[in-house]
Design a protein around this ligand. Structure first.
Ligand SMILES: Nc1nc2c(ncn2[C@@H]2O[C@H](COP(=O)(O)OP(=O)(O)OP(=O)(O)O)[C@@H](O)[C@H]2O)c(=O)[nH]1
Ligand SMILES: [Mg+2]
Length: 343
């Protein structure tokens, strides 16, 4: 066990009394829509995350007002035909949620933290350690992809925007933190491709672009899927224009246009990452039970102690697998592993 893992264990509190916690580590370039996705996931999942399961998601106190404000801003932005109005986040932003069963107080903490791409190569050691520790304790790694940069002009600006090489090297260099986990590639800002019937082309392009990385996943029992999300709905990509080349900035910026005369905020597929997360955790629990190695030697320690005594929560999690979108609408598997079982 290296020093980072030890620090990580201390943070996650590896004792059976620790609050059961699940974490999602989100990576993505500046301004790709990370905060917008979280806002939409939260808004769509508050009363119940889906009709077929009694699990709900609740923002913890300090986050509720912020997310409600963001939600109002997004609805307003779409109605005014101008997508760009959320404040840029600080370098790293974290949101805390509670997961519970309808009729009961929340019993599980869900922490989602997003790291901008440049954080991965920070010259400050403590920044790099922060990403490592969080990632080592996360169940799911979410890689947000700015779709127009991936798709337009033969993907010429994709490397500089989506930082494919940086993400690839970072994950390959830190195998201990991601082995046996689930990675979701999440194309964002893809309304135009959905409207044009080209969402599956976006997913195939993700698959081709990250091939080096996903070949590595296949060798390390890491499951990976493409799960595109529509966060705004009424606004779609129009064109790329010069950014005026400010040093260090991406050379093109994407311009958006309203899709309808009266555009509306209509997110689509937003709770899918939660369905994948909870399905994966349920699968992981069953998988760990079958392993010969120590059952509790896991980054999901505190959570497993909890569901061992709460079969109802486990049962409700398992129901979600039926609602996971898989092999259609641009949702495609890239690598499977010995853990995940969908449908
Ligand atoms: N057209 C379009 N615009 C979007 C979409 N998602 C987010 N935006 C806009 O893009 C801008 C950046 O979104 P954020 O959610 O703040 O992105 P972020 O990745 O959290 O940005 P930083 O935290 O600053 O790195 C905002 O002005 C959003 O309104 C989308 O799906 N389509
Ligand atoms: Mg943000």
């Amino acid at each position: 066990m290296n020093i980072f893992s030890k620090i990580g264990d201390a943070i996650s509190g590896k004792s059976s009394n620790a609050t059961p916690t699940l974490s999602i580590c989100m990576m993505g370039p500046r301004s790709v829509g990370k905060t917008t996705v979280l806002t939409s996931i939260f808004h769509e999942s508050q009363s119940q995350i889906c009709d077929g399961s009694s699990i709900y998601l609740k923002a913890l106190d300090s986050n509720t007002n912020t997310l409600n404000d963001y939600y109002t801003m997004l609805v307003d932005a779409v109605a005014k035909k101008n997508a760009s109005n959320l404040p840029a986040s600080n370098a790293v932003s974290e949101f805390q949620f509670g997961l519970g069963l309808v009729g009961r107080a929340e019993s599980v903490k869900l922490t989602i933290r997003d790291f901008p791409g440049e954080y991965l190569t920070s010259t400050i050691k403590s920044d790099r350690e922060e990403v490592y520790n969080f990632m080592a304790n996360a169940t799911v790694i979410l890689i947000a992809v700015d779709s127009p940069y991936l798709m337009e002009e033969d993907g010429r600006y994709n490397t500089e925007k989506n930082k494919v090489d940086i993400v690839t090297h970072y994950l390959k260099d830190n195998v201990a933190a991601i082995k046996d986990k689930l990675v979701l590639f999440v194309p964002l800002k893809c309304e135009r491709y959905l409207h044009d019937g080209k969402l599956s082309m976006v997913s195939e392009k993700v698959k081709a672009t990250y091939k080096d990385l996903t070949d590595f996943f296949a060798q390390n029992n890491i499951a990976s899927f493409v799960t595109p999300i529509i966060t705004l709905g009424g606004i779609e990509f129009d064109s790329m224009k010069d950014s005026g080349t400010i040093a260090g900035e991406v050379s093109k910026i994407s311009v958006f246009r309203p899709w309808e005369t009266k555009p509306e905020y209509k997110p689509l597929f937003c709770p899918q990452p939660l369905y994948y997360l909870l399905t994966y955790v349920a699968n992981y629990y069953e998988w760990q039970k079958k392993q010969k190695k120590g059952f509790w030697d896991s980054f999901l320690d505190s959570f497993f102690s909890f569901i061992k005594n709460d079969s109802k929560f486990l049962e409700e999690m398992k129901k979600l697998s039926r609602f996971v979108i898989y092999n259609k609408n641009g949702f495609i598997p890239i690598t499977t592993n010995s853990i995940i079982k969908i449908n």
